[in-house]
Design a protein around this ligand. Structure first.
Ligand SMILES: NC(=O)c1ccc[n+]([C@@H]2O[C@H](COP(=O)([O-])OP(=O)(O)OC[C@H]3O[C@@H](n4cnc5c(N)ncnc54)[C@H](OP(=O)(O)O)[C@@H]3O)[C@@H](O)[C@H]2O)c1
Length: 326
């Protein structure tokens, strides 16, 4: 791509600020236009990260000086904003989860394909080189045949916490906010979709999953046990167990540490240094450099749809219902 990629940002909140800092560190991109429901919020964002402020999301999508849009609103707006961005001819990097239901994800991805724009769901760990290092060990056979994965992502907000993550109609609760990480990671390692799933959770007064445990089994017998939640702190690791050895990633989600590997007949762990990269700057550069391929190899639209179908099945098993579900 000639010149710097011009990002439009919608929803300049918590994660968009980290994204803005990443764009500044990237080799390929710049912030062009930032849209908020409150013009003052967009202006404050632009003072820090650059770009031109506008007072609506629509103005970002329509802007001629925007090549692609980063969608950083709460979950429930992701699919409709992806469709609107695609129809405006903009490439889309959409925060996870890309929709509340697989049906909506499918419509959003189809809109991107019809418009000939790139779509990628922003799972940072997928584009980070640390994950490629882990997958290299998995594929090397050093662990033998992979049989089991144990993974968690949870954080311990107070029970009376008020946030977009505690609103059921926005897809609030643990699975859609953080459970998506261990689910998608296990699907990356085992490949394909699980044959069976189960999801047990503590239902909050508002009806969302406060904390939970889930299981999946894949064709060939690979099993997964995962934990997630917004009202409990967990260790937030990924552990991969094979017939020969095991691997542990201590910070799999922000990729800020290396990982370690151990053979079953040894007591000693081998510490493997992780490749360092600014996770947002790296994500941005991987996205922009993927424009020629029509997808981001580390998280394709098919990967997103497979994860969304699995989330549907986990929710159905546990009885986690969002208003508007069919
Ligand atoms: N990839 C990651 O590592 C990562 C980390 C955290 C979050 N996320 C994802 O990013 C998304 C945003 O998370 P966040 O923590 O940045 O959220 P946030 O700060 O609470 O909200 C982001 C922005 O969304 C806009 N918004 C639109 N409708 C809203 C509504 N009804 N209520 C509140 N805000 C609304 C607001 O912008 P304006 O009012 O200014 O328009 C707000 O600043 C989530 O889907 C989450 O899953 C990803």
């Amino acid at each position: 791509m000639a010149g710097r990629f011009r990002w439009g940002i919608v929803g300049p909140g918590n994660i968009a600020r980290k994204f803005g800092a990443g764009v500044q560190l990237s080799e390929t991109s710049e912030v062009a236009v930032v849209g908020s429901r409150d013009l003052g919020r967009a202006e404050a964002f632009c003072v820090e990260f650059g770009g031109r402020a506008v007072g609506s999301y629509e103005a970002v999508l329509k802007a001629e000086d925007v090549d692609g849009v980063y969608i950083a609103t709460p979950h429930h707006l992701h699919a409709e904003l992806t469709i609107a961005a695609a129809q405006a001819g903009k490439h889309v990097l959409c925060e996870k989860p890309c929709a509340l239901r697989s049906e909506d994800a499918s419509s959003a991805i189809k809109a991107c394909q019809d418009a000939g724009v790139l779509f990628c769901e922003a799972y940072l760990y997928r584009t980070h080189p640390l994950t490629a290092q882990v997958m290299e060990v998995v594929h090397s056979g050093r662990l033998g045949e992979i049989r089991h994965i144990a993974a968690e992502f949870a954080f311990g907000a107070a029970d009376d916490w008020q946030n977009v993550r505690t609103v059921l109609e926005y897809g609030g609760g643990g699975l859609m906010d953080v459970g998506v990480y261990p689910v998608s990671y296990a699907m990356m390692v085992f490949g394909g979709e699980p044959e069976r799933v189960s999801y047990l959770f503590k239902k909050s007064d508002a009806g969302f999953d406060g904390w939970a445990t889930g299981s999946m089994i894949f064709e060939g017998g690979g099993t997964v046990s995962f934990g997630c939640g917004i009202h409990v702190q967990m260790e937030n690791r990924v552990r991969i167990f094979g017939t020969q050895g095991m691997l542990e990633v201590s910070r799999p989600w922000d990729c800020t540490e290396g990982f370690r590997v151990k053979n079953h007949c040894s007591d000693d762990w081998e510490e493997i240094e992780g490749i360092r990269a600014d996770r947002f700057g790296n994500e941005v550069d991987v996205f922009v450099r993927s424009l020629d391929h029509g997808f981001v190899a580390t998280m394709t639209p098919d990967d997103s749809l497979a994860v969304m179908r699995t989330l549907d099945r986990l929710r159905a098993d546990g009885g986690l219902v969002f208003p508007g579900d069919p």
